[in-house]
Design a protein around this ligand. Sequence first.
Ligand SMILES: C[S@@+](CC[C@H](N)C(=O)[O-])C[C@H]1O[C@@H](n2cnc3c(N)ncnc32)[C@H](O)[C@@H]1O
Length: 441
Amino acid sequence: MSNTDRYTKKKIKSISSETLNGENYSRSDFARSILNYPAMMVPSVQEPIFEKLSEALNNEVSLLDPFMGASNTLVTGMKYGMNVFGQDINPLSVLLSQVKICFYENSELIDAEERLNNLIVSDKSESVEVTFDNIDKWFTKEIQIELSKIYRAVRREPILKTRKFFWVALAETIRLTSNDRTSTFKLHMRPVEEINARQVSAIKTFISISRKNILNISNYINILSQNGCIKKGKYIKNATVLWGDTNIEIRTNKKFNLLVTSPPYGDNQTTVTYGQFSYLPLQWIPIEDIDDTIIFDYLKTTQYIDNKSLGGQINDSDNNITERIFERSRTLKRFVTQFKDNDLKKKAGKVTRFIVDLDNSIDKMLPKMKKDSFLVWTVGNRNVNKKLVRNDLIVKELFASKGVEVFTDLEREILSKRMPGRNNFSNMMSREKIIIFKKTK
Ligand SMILES: C[S@@+](CC[C@H](N)C(=O)[O-])C[C@H]1O[C@@H](n2cnc3c(N)ncnc32)[C@H](O)[C@@H]1O
């Protein structure tokens, strides 16, 4: 290990556990609170690591997040003036990320807000703009009418980036005004009595969310400006986000010297159902306003996005694939082969399927990383069949099988990660490992 590496490692190891555990930072700062996307990264974890690695890379950083989610990693990278690129399989993540990395003048948003509010309140039409199976189950008639007024008003906005901004506000409005319970990411209807007793207005909710988002994005842009990262109304470096399946490809020809990501912990169905969470909002947002390169039919069923995400395919693993992944990870093999009962075996098989996809995704990422680049993985362990899946060890073994070694690692306790309490997910994960690899070849 070179002296510079030794110095960087020491600096990283000196990050205090209070900082890592999130005691010094506000979770709601900057653009992070624009939409409550599940399982967002917290700044406390990221910022000190960004700072130290940026220094090690002479402050010339190209950052990749191949599972960008709410793009908090990218947004943090932009605070440090990095070139950033992210992709995600979930169209809602893409829309949200497009908004968070975009430069908006405060006045253009305030003008648009006023225009929209005028259109919405003067719209007397009762027609509903969107149809899909079970719309009446998920939205009351009154809410459908109100959402349609908002929908018509946003569609009339001439500038695409402005429409994107307000589609995000609409997405959050839908989360808060549909008949879905917000306590879990899975779609679950509220009890009928509760729906009937609820006093909720989509228009009022939209107006207040739009106002809050304008404030948040403006605060964030002010921080970028103060850091010297905005010149002539533009971010000084390149920031790109795309829809993409990391299991298939990273959709850029660029090369990177830093990768920071927090991949899923398992297949979406049994961990965090990002797809179900996004299903209702996505019904109301025109695909052409998100990304016209999206090539999958994400509105087909409530499960579609989750089934297409890592580990989502249910087909039984082919024996050769299983053998090959077991060769790469002894920890995975030991975990899976301990179960004899058919039901338990089936559940453990889903872990194999997920790790096969994760391994495949790593193969897509590594060629995009330059020599001497760093890869920062935040990984959590979880229980399956009441036994711990050591994702941290598995990930280390997968990287080792590709000749990429651990540079250093850190551990943090999760204080209040935004996981719904009811499915006990938060109980299952109370620690996360931050594993930093260095690609030396
Ligand atoms: C834990 S979140 C990422 C959080 C993010 N780092 C942040 O800071 O907000 C994991 C993301 O992986 C995405 N994902 C799952 N399978 C994927 C795939 N095959 N390709 C791309 N993204 C995928 C999910 O849609 C989800 O948004």
